[in-house]
Each structure stands twice: as structure tokens, then as C-alpha cells.
Design a protein around this ligand. Structure first.
Ligand code: FAQ
Length: 311
């Protein structure tokens, strides 16, 4: 009966076991996973765009090769995640329809422009850095396919983070103009990266249930704090200032205190009104439509193969 199945599910969650696609699960568990995985997958795919804009303008062959590899990795992450969502019964077409119609969410961070080359380095250092901080606990998420996808994603993200930090270290040993570019990129992106962890715990509707189900292991605010504590010494080595006058070590808490995040600006961006939302969505829809011939050709080829096999 359903109540037996529910009891088995609860027992598995309590024992910190994994739920697999063929297992019974409450509809609300399935729904929340599809919501989060869809949002995560779309973030990877839309996240290709701000950096993709710099592939043709990378300052050297080496930087260009690294950047192409990184952007390709992000496409790959999107595909693992769409596959993970398929195991929950939601097709890739359904998810793409949600993205292209503006209904589905993706990370707020990708709605800000990349204005100079240092933005590419800062995306690696801070955006991938924040992504890793959030995704390491997801490697222990209760849903098997999602947790396993995260292991490989995290390995690749850590290469992304290192390449960004290294690119910035080189720029910080360069000319005054190069150093100013790095500082400018940090100034524009720092606060947006802090918002990547989601709203404060007190204002996060999905947190309590997500924690209860072992989808979320560490809360939004705790991860944000860990990220800040890890980043401050890295900024010092780099020689940049993090743009927050309230940022300082609190001996009693053994953490850094920090200033107020502009949550109104965050929600405004999440709701579709950030500086680049329209441009990002239009680019994505165009890329999808321009790729129609590839999907048509692949389907025609498969059909031909099937017909031949039947003869
Ligand atoms: N942007 O109740 P909560 C990357 C939404 S990394 C937009 O706290 P939850 C790698 C949230 O969906 C970025 N929306 O929700 C890369 C919910 O709305 P809904 C992607 C946000 O799910 C690097 C509402 O606010 N990583 O792409 C954001 O418990 C470089 C209430 O929030 C992931 O997605 C936001 N920042 O916690 C690629 C990781 N924050 O669904 C390219 C997986 C919250 O009710 C270049 N996701 N919202 O309409 C998660 O861990 C969680 O979903 C959270 C949010 C922590 C993001």
C-alpha cells in the first residue's frame, strides 16, 4: 500500500540512503527535485553565454583554448542534469519549453553583463567558486542520479575555479590598467555572487523540506558564510579589495561579518528584469531554433536505420 511505500521511503531517508528512479517517492519530492534540477541545468546552459561572448576576444591562444574547454564543460553539465531530470519523468523537451517560455528559473548571476576580459577570470574564481561551495553538499543529495552527476560536475568546476584564479593572478602582475580591470570586475560581481546561494534562510520557502529530505545538506546562509570565509584570504593573495566596508573578521563567531545584500535587486533579476535577462533568453531561443535542422537530421537518420533493420 501507499502508506507502506511511504514508510519505506521515510526510513530510507532517515537512514541516509539513496532514492533511485525506480523507487516509490512522494510526488512532492519528485516535484521539488525536478524544480531544482531544471533550474540547475538551465543555469549551466545559460551560463555558457556570458563567457561565450569572450571566446572570439580571448587575449591569447592558450586562454582561448581554456575558455572553449570550460564553456563546453558547462554544456556537458547541462546534459547530465537534463538526463537526471529525465529519470524523474520530465523530458528534455518539457524542460526546454519551460526555459524558452520564460517560466523556468536559472541562476540570477547569468543576467549580468561581462564587460571586460577580467570578468572571465572573476566568473571562474567567484562564480565557479560559489557553485562548488553549493554543489559539494549536493554530491550527498538523497536522489541517486543527481548526487552522482554532481561528483563529476564538481571535479570539472574545480578546474574552472583554478583557471579563473590563475588568469587573475597573471593580470594582477601586469599593468595598472590590467589591475584596475580585475578590481572593476570584482566590484561588479562580488555581491551578485553572494546572492547565488539563494535568499536568507528565514526567507527561503523550500529550505526546511529540502533539508528534511536530504536534498539540501547545508543551508543557504551557512554556505554563503563558508564562501565568504574561504574567499577573503584568496582576495588578499590576489591583491584585490572585496567591495564591502562591513566585511571583517568576528573573533567571537569565528566568521567574517558582512554587509547587506540587495535582495530587492536580486528578486527583480530573478523575476526577469535584470540587465541581461531578455538578451540571454533571446540568444538561447535563437540557438535552439537554429539547431532545428540538426534534430531533424538526427531523427531522419534514426528512422532510416530502423527501416533498414526491419528489411
Ligand atoms: N537565482 O527556497 P529557496 C552554475 C529561487 S552554478 C535564481 O532557497 P531552493 C555553474 C529558487 O529557485 C548556479 N533563482 O530555493 C556555472 C526558488 O524559486 P522557485 C546553479 C534563485 O531551491 C558556473 C526561490 O528562489 N546552481 O550554473 C536563486 O531550496 C559558471 C526560493 O529559494 C544550482 O542551481 C538564484 N541565485 O534553494 C555555470 C545549484 N536562489 O523554484 C556557468 C542547485 C534561489 O520556487 C559558469 N540549486 N532562487 O520558483 C540549489 O542548490 C538550490 O536550488 C538553491 C536555492 C540554493 C539555488
Amino acid at each position: 500500500t501507499v502508506s507502506d511505500q511511504e514508510a519505506a521511503f521515510e526510513a530510507r531517508i532517515d537512514a541516509d540512503g539513496r532514492i533511485e528512479p525506480q523507487d516509490w517517492m512522494p510526488e512532492a519530492y519528485r516535484k521539488t527535485l525536478v524544480r531544482q534540477i531544471s533550474q540547475h541545468a538551465h543555469s549551466e546552459i545559460v551560463g555558457m553565454l556570458p563567457e561565450g561572448n569572450w571566446i572570439s576576444r580571448a587575449p591569447s591562444l592558450k586562454r582561448k583554448a581554456i575558455l572553449i574547454a570550460k564553456v563546453q564543460d558547462e554544456g556537458g553539465h547541462g546534459l547530465y542534469l537534463y538526463s537526471a531530470a529525465e529519470t524523474l519523468g520530465t523530458s528534455r523537451d518539457q524542460m526546454l519549453e519551460g526555459l524558452h517560455s520564460g517560466k523556468a528559473k536559472y541562476s540570477s548571476i547569468f543576467n549580468y553583463p561581462t564587460l571586460n576580459w577580467a570578468d572571465v577570470g572573476v566568473i571562474g574564481w567567484l562564480v565557479d567558486g560559489a557553485a562548488i561551495m553549493n554543489q559539494i553538499p549536493l554530491c550527498r543529495c538523497s536522489y541517486g542520479p543527481y548526487s552522482r552527476a554532481m561528483i563529476r560536475v564538481c571535479k570539472e568546476e574545480s578546474f574552472h575555479q583554478r583557471q579563473g584564479y590563475e588568469a587573475l593572478l597573471v593580470m594582477m602582475q601586469g599593468t595598472e590598467a590590467q589591475k584596475a580591470m580585475v578590481q572593476d570586475a570584482v566590484n561588479r560581481l562580488w555581491w551578485k555572487c553572494l546572492a547565488m546561494f539563494g535568499p536568507p534562510d528565514s526567507d527561503s520557502p523550500h529550505s526546511a523540506q529540502g533539508m528534511r529530505w536530504g536534498i539540501k545538506r547545508i543551508s543557504n546562509d551557512e554556505l554563503r558564510q563558508k564562501f565568504i570565509d574561504a574567499t577573503v584570504p584568496q582576495a588578499k593573495v590576489l591583491g584585490v579589495t572585496l567591495p564591502d566596508p562591513d566585511l571583517k573578521w568576528n573573533e567571537e563567531r569565528q566568521h567574517h561579518d558582512y554587509g547587506q545584500i540587495d535582495w530587492q535587486e536580486f528578486w527583480n533579476t530573478v523575476e526577469g528584469n535584470g540587465p541581461c535577462n531578455k538578451e540571454r533568453l533571446a540568444t538561447r531561443v535563437k540557438a535552439h531554433n537554429d539547431g532545428q535542422w540538426v534534430r531533424d537530421a538526427a531523427l531522419a537518420y534514426t528512422r532510416k536505420q530502423q527501416q533498414r533493420a526491419q528489411k
